[in-house]
Design a protein around this ligand. Structure first.
Ligand code: ATP
Length: 350
């Protein structure tokens, strides 16, 4: 495997900018996700790395090798697609072998490679089946085996779990991640699913309108989003517009004086995650806003509640379904204090 360096990569289709000034270094053995809503340019970026789309600007290096202008089959990337892309008329083993033929792996070496790849995804027993005789999860495992059999320098996955049902999605996701770790695969994983990105990534790059918004570990992006787009795309957030009164006091437009973390020096908006709000019977923390529960959604492990503050704002709150002595009853019409810690206030300057 090798490190990948993407430098000022851009793609225009006619006048439309799909990707602009995209730069990212991916370390040897690192899994990075490209995350963003439909149309943000993540697939185009991945396809430029694979060699299926020609960039209009920038360069791509794998190790020290500039691959920007190389045809796809000479880049040594292994790609997994959303729709598996297995050949229906070939058996599992033939599908894996096809990739090896394309990469001109000598005939004598192929059988060993096929066995090793099928073994990796625990599909050895099914080697003589045809794709139509396999479940979606099994087909995607074969697609993974086919991509890895060629011993790629870079492993590329384009929404590989989108066609699987919820349970299988988590199962295959975890398998891909553990395989990637075990083999030390330098990996780019495209997804629009926030939870999936948080779960599999070493680092993630959030994209919007063809541009990278922020790059970092799942934790750093979730806890310290750089802008409103990242904050709202990666989970939900309640926003209070207003202004800083002093180093640790923020006055909202509706007149709440919030205590915020001292380390914060500027801002025109405070954001608070729904799950960082406790609904209590008494005001118990620095920030305690009085309101009434307007609606609830029971999710088993948690309850989502909308709280209408006395000052009119509507807050989204997610409370664990394990009340403490201090909790207020989370039922429509209950009077509550929405309480959150200064450390859970994120300041934004937009
Ligand atoms: P999705 O998750 O829906 O696939 P995406 O984030 O992967 O979205 P891209 O497929 O990379 O986004 O598309 C980025 C932009 O480029 C979109 O506005 C899209 O319409 C445009 N685009 C992509 N491919 C082409 C093409 N071959 N010709 C013209 N425009 C294209």
């Amino acid at each position: 495997m090798a490190k990948v360096s993407i430098q000022a990569l851009g793609k225009q289709f006619g006048n439309a900018v799909a990707v602009a000034d995209f730069s990212l270094d991916i370390a040897d053995g690192e899994l990075i996700t490209l995350l963003g809503p439909s149309g943000c340019g993540k697939t185009t970026t991945l396809r430029m790395v694979a060699g299926f789309v020609e960039p209009t600007a920038g360069s791509i290096l794998v190790g020290d090798r500039d691959i920007t202008r190389l045809p796809a089959h000479r880049r040594n990337t292994g790609m997994v697609f959303q729709r598996y892309a297995l050949f229906p008329h070939m058996t599992v083993a033939e599908n894996v072998s096809f990739g090896l033929e394309m990469h001109k792996v000598p005939v004598g070496e192929r059988e060993g490679r096929i066995r090793a790849a099928l073994d990796m995804v625990r599909m050895t027993q099914l080697r003589d089946r045809y794709p139509r005789q396999l479940s979606g999860g099994q087909q995607q495992r074969i697609a993974v085996a086919r991509a890895l059999a060629i011993q790629p320098d870079v492993f590329l996955l384009d929404e590989p779990l989108s066609n699987l049902d919820a349970k299988l999605r988590v199962e295959v996701r975890d398998e891909i991640r553990s395989l990637q770790r075990r083999l030390g695969l330098t990996t780019i994983f495209v997804t629009h699913d926030q939870e999936e990105a948080l779960a599999v990534s070493d680092r993630m790059a959030v994209m919007h309108d063809g541009k990278v918004q922020q790059v970092g570990t799942p934790e750093s992006l979730y806890e310290s989003p750089a802008n409103l787009f990242v904050a709202d795309f990666l989970g939900k957030m309640n926003f209070f517009p207003g202004r800083l009164e002093s180093t640790n006091r923020f006055l909202t437009d509706k007149g709440h004086s919030l205590v915020v973390d001292r380390s914060i020096t500027g801002g025109t908006r405070v954001g608070v995650r729904p799950e960082r709000i406790s609904l209590l019977a008494q005001p118990a923390t620095d920030n305690a806003l009085a309101g009434v529960v307007e609606s609830t959604v029971y999710l088993g492990f948690q309850i989502d509640a909308r709280v209408r503050l006395r000052t009119g704002e509507l807050l989204s709150c997610q409370v664990p379904n394990s009340p403490t002595a201090a909790s207020a009853p989370v039922a429509v019409g209950s009077e509550v204090y929405a309480c959150f810690r200064p450390a859970d206030c994120v300041l934004f300057t937009e």
